[in-house]
Write a protein that binds this ligand. Structure first.
Ligand code: SF4
Length: 340
């Protein structure tokens, strides 16, 4: 499939097959064709959103060794980076949440935990956070796998949506079976929680076939947003030997994800925030404070984490307007993951 066929298919709003997605990923990121892909992705993202990008802010309720042991994560118990569990107090959580909510350009507040965080405590603290947020602010959960009952309790606690992904190497490089991740996504959707997702964390060892499969799997559950994130090397981790993909290759994958994802999906994220991604059609960046699975510092704002203002600045460098209202990407009703 050449670049002209790709553009023609986009214009006709036709769905791409897995092999066609592979052929887009096979293009040399340094080529003219790759630049055209990125330009086309940018056009789609900007037209779908009126050239309005979003910044979402995330903080972690805890730092702890996590038994799911995802090989790419600083919290993996096997790496011993965070030896003792550390949990934020209600006050610390509300302060972090308000820090985001008081930023004009923050469109949603994400609460993240490791997979073994006590669910009762999570609901308790989230309910307190909800009380201090502006009523129109969207509260989003980034947590481990959940049952349908737990998903309903999250909805009752005031969550509007969740972030959940079928990660690269899921079930092999993580102790979370793909089936459980999919069941959780379905449970969230059944409970009325809108799910955002991403193809992540991508490393140089992942084949185009694996990436294409994850792009189409993400698209299949009609998320609030999809996108692509590269793996950040955790020193001493099992995956350190593979290194990292470049921002240019990531920008290409961001573009392919946008092109291969239905137009009902407005958001196209990339992480960590960078101008090249925004130029290639990424319209969602994350600001982060507190614990971060890609950082070995307890407070990521002192290391890798980027502020809301910095995210907005990076987006504006790619000539995006930045939303000053609750997320339009999460404000959707949508279809559901069909089969598990
Ligand atoms: S990515 Fe999440 S589930 Fe996996 S080890 Fe890290 S905290 Fe646990």
């Amino acid at each position: 499939m050449n670049i002209h066929d790709i553009i023609k298919k986009v214009n006709n709003r036709e769905a791409f097959t897995q092999q066609e997605v592979v052929s887009m990923l096979e293009i040399n990121p340094r080529s003219r064709e790759a630049a055209v892909l990125m330009g086309e992705s940018s056009r789609i993202s900007r037209e779908l959103t009126g050239n309005t990008a979003e910044v979402h802010g995330q903080f972690a309720l805890n730092l702890a060794p996590c038994p799911v042991n995802c090989r790419f994560c600083a919290f993996a118990a096997k790496y011993g980076i965070f030896k003792e569990p550390k949990e934020l107090t209600v006050q610390e959580c509300t302060e972090y949440a308000l820090g985001f909510d008081n930023s004009e350009e923050n469109a949603a507040v994400f609460l993240m935990t490791t997979a073994n965080y006590d669910f009762g405590k999570f609901i308790e603290i989230s309910s307190e956070v909800r009380k201090v947020l502006r009523p129109e602010t969207l509260m989003i959960a980034n947590v481990g796998d959940m049952t349908p009952e737990q998903a309903k309790r999250m909805k009752d606690a005031g969550f509007n949506g969740t972030y959940h992904a079928i990660r690269m190497g899921e079930g092999d490089k993580t102790n979370a079976p793909v089936k459980n991740r999919l069941k959780t996504i379905r449970a969230f959707q059944d409970a009325g929680l809108i799910v955002g997702t991403c193809v992540e964390p991508i490393g140089p060892e992942h084949t185009n076939e694996e990436i294409a499969e994850k792009i189409l799997l993400a698209a299949s559950f009609d998320p609030a947003f999809s996108g692509a994130m590269r793996r950040i090397t955790i020193p001493g981790s099992d995956l350190e030997q593979y290194g990292m993909i470049s921002e240019l290759r990531l920008a290409q994958i961001v573009a392919v994800t946008r092109i291969a994802t239905p137009m009902t999906v407005l958001g196209n994220c990339t992480h960590e925030p960078n101008v090249m991604g925004a130029m290639a059609g990424a319209n969602l960046f994350w600001a982060e404070v507190g614990g971060n699975p890609r950082d070995t510092k307890e407070k990521t704002e002192e290391n890798r984490g980027v502020s809301v203002a910095d995210c907005a600045k990076l987006l504006s460098e790619a000539e995006w307007q930045v939303a000053k209202h609750p997320s339009a990407y999460y404000n959707k009703t949508h279809g559901k993951l069909a089969e598990i």
